[in-house]
Design a binder for this molecule. Structure first.
Ligand code: F6R
Length: 593
């Protein structure tokens, strides 16, 4: 989703800005832009609805005054207004003196815009962020100080923002944040800003995070203010090691990441196996014992959470509840509840909001792939799913690693609370050790069957995904991947629900994907579909269209089935000519609620 970078360097800014934006590409975006101070006090603006690389061409074609070392950049994921160059950031004020990049959503943009237009301001875009340019423009005329103008403007905003304002005339740059991540870092190379440390980690060793209400002058000295009052800068944080990734032998990251799953699973299980079996994965977190688990997340992370929560109930008889993060407000948290917040990015606004709005004394554990994320900083304890960098926008290996670490946590907590014996825990862990091999076998089976299967379903407008018991969240994940990548309707149901309505959708040739973990009741559901001409595509137990090896104890349910489901979505998307790494309308880091 939207990403921000800013720099104050001695050499030309575009190189830094475009390199940083490219490192934010994985989050998903639909347009990008940079604004750079020029030698004559003007600001050069370059924006595109193509990939970030297209900005290089625009900069090369620039024949205006020499470009300086101060600039800001942005990748946009549309929320207000369509995808077009005029809606891309940076936005500018009426005089084109101020340039602004903004992440977040302004709740009161409508009334502010009406007020500003009434006062004579002329808007160039449909985007809520543009009100910030005109607000600061007004305040700057009165205060003649950019830091004060931005502080006073921020007081008028409601909603969320990480914002950077560049004054091309003076070269001053001011950043402000409220409920949206933004960090600033200084090094011998210059001063940098970013919404995500990965954008600037090549040039800095440590960084500082803007807190809610902070407004900071981005100069050599970093003048820090909080709630309008000069304050000390927060302590620096060491940047995480730089991530590296390669495409293995594949054309796209998603394919490469699916292929990497056996290796990632082996690494994760090796890393946690012993501490699962003896319970120390749980006791090491230092959290109080809990009676029930409340799992919150969104999308794929929510599906992983459903598997983890169901594991706790199935293996140890302990209660769990599932909460869609965006619907968490008002849910009752009983005493003795542990909240498990799951998010690969750790930046998902819905999850952050759910945590902020929960009671302060209720413990929260985060399961994240980024231990330096905002979510990780907010909670009482953090577990890493240790998937490594995931570049494909659709989550694959992070899902698998979330399920493995979350299930490991569940087993460890059940050992620690005496609900299962160490011996039983050891057997469950031994079962997990077999997963990498079973993944590889599941991928082989899928590769054998998928070319023909894709041919059969390429014209289908919609799909049903069914499962029972532990297979239900996998059906949900299969449907989510298919719709994200192929833009076809895909609905997931517990198979028993079929006769309560969804069967109406089944007609001759309707593909119905069954995640078959061997539940005998599925046979009846398969007959119901066949009787109406539906096309059964079963994945799982022997005799299925795509057979995946079954695990004896299945602490995570039929995890192996997710590999063919991911590959089905990917292969069909590629066959239909879509870019699997950049599915439309999907963002890797969903920073608005
Ligand atoms: C699916 C996908 C999304 C995310 C969701 C939550 O492929 O990527 O559904 O799972 O936006 O993201 P995180 O896990 O970062 O909180």
């Amino acid at each position: 989703m939207c990403g921000i970078i800013g720099c104050r360097t001695t050499t030309a800014a575009p190189g830094y800005l475009i390199t940083g934006l490219k490192l934010l590409e994985y989050r998903g975006y639909d347009s990008a832009g940079i604004a750079v101070s020029a030698a004559d006090g003007s600001t050069a603006l370059f924006r595109t609805t193509e990939r970030v690389d297209a900005l290089n061409g625009l900069v090369r074609a620039w024949d205006g005054p020499a470009l300086g070392g101060i600039g800001i950049g942005h990748t946009r994921w549309a929320t207000h207004g369509g995808v077009c160059v005029t809606n891309a950031h940076p936005h500018q004020d009426c005089d084109r003196r101020l340039s602004v990049v903004h992440n977040g959503i302004l709740d009161n943009a409508g009334p502010l815009r009406a007020e500003l237009e009434g006062a004579g301001h002329s808007f160039a875009s449909e985007v809520d962020s543009e009100v910030i340019c005109h607000l600061v423009e007004d305040r700057l005329k009165v205060t003649r100080d950019l830091l004060t103008a931005v502080s006073q403007s921020a007081e008028q905003l409601t909603g969320s923002w990480a914002v950077v304002v560049l004054d091309g005339l003076t070269g001053r740059m001011v950043a402000a944040a409220h409920r949206s991540p933004l960090l600033v870092a200084r090094s011998a190379e210059g001063t940098f800003l970013a919404s995500d440390i990965s954008a600037i980690s090549d040039w800095v060793e440590e960084y500082r995070i803007l807190g809610d209400g902070d407004v900071v002058e981005v100069s050599e000295d970093l003048a820090w203010t909080r709630a309008g009052i000069p304050s000390l800068a927060p302590p620096p944080i060491m940047r995480p090691p730089r991530a590296s990734f390669s495409l293995l032998d594949q054309d796209d990251h998603m394919n490469s990441e699916i292929d990497e799953q056996p290796e990632a699973a082996a690494r994760v299980i090796e890393g946690i196996g012993r501490s699962v079996a003896d319970g120390t994965l749980w006791t090491g977190l230092g959290l109080p014992p809990f009676q029930r688990l409340r799992v919150i997340g969104c999308g794929t992370s929510l599906n992983a959470g459903a598997i983890i929560g169901a594991g706790l109930s199935r293996l140890g008889g302990q209660a769990h509840s599932m909460v869609v993060a965006s619907e968490a407000a008002g849910t009752v948290i009983e005493p003795g509840t542990l909240t498990l917040a799951i998010s690969q990015s750790g930046e998902t606004a819905d999850v952050l909001r759910a945590i902020d709005e929960g009671p302060e004394d209720a413990p929260v554990l985060a399961l994240v792939n980024n231990v330096h994320s905002t979510l990780a900083r907010k909670v009482d304890a953090v577990l890493s799913c240790s998937a490594g960098p995931e570049i494909g926008v659709a989550a694959t290996k992070t899902f698998v690693c979330q399920v493995l670490v979350g299930t490991g946590l569940v087993i460890a907590s059940l050992v620690a609370s005496g609900r299962i014996t160490r011996h039983d825990a050891r057997s469950l862990v031994d079962d997990l050790y077999g997963i990498p091999e079973r993944f590889a076998a599941a991928a082989l089976a899928a590769h054998r069957e998928l070319p023909g299967l894709v041919e059969e379903v390429r014209h289908a407008s919609g799909f049903l995904f069914l499962g029972r018991g532990a297979a239900v969240p996998y059906a949900a994940e299969g449907a989510l991947k298919l719709k994200e990548l192929t833009y076809r309707w895909a609905e997931a149901y517990p198979a028993g629900e079929l006769k309560h309505g969804p069967l109406a959708l089944v007609e001759t040739g309707t593909p119905v994907v069954i995640v078959d973990d061997g539940d005998p009741r599925l046979a009846g559901n398969i007959s119901e579909v066949r009787a109406r001409g539906g096309l059964i595509l079963s994945v799982g137990r022997p005799g299925s269209r795509i057979e995946t090896p079954l695990s004896a104890l299945a602490p995570c349910g039929p995890l192996e089935a997710v590999v063919p489901l991911q590959l089905l979505a990917l292969r069909l998307a590629v066959d239909l000519g879509f870019d699997a790494d950049k599915p439309r309308n999907l963002a890797k880091s969903v920073t608005v609620d």
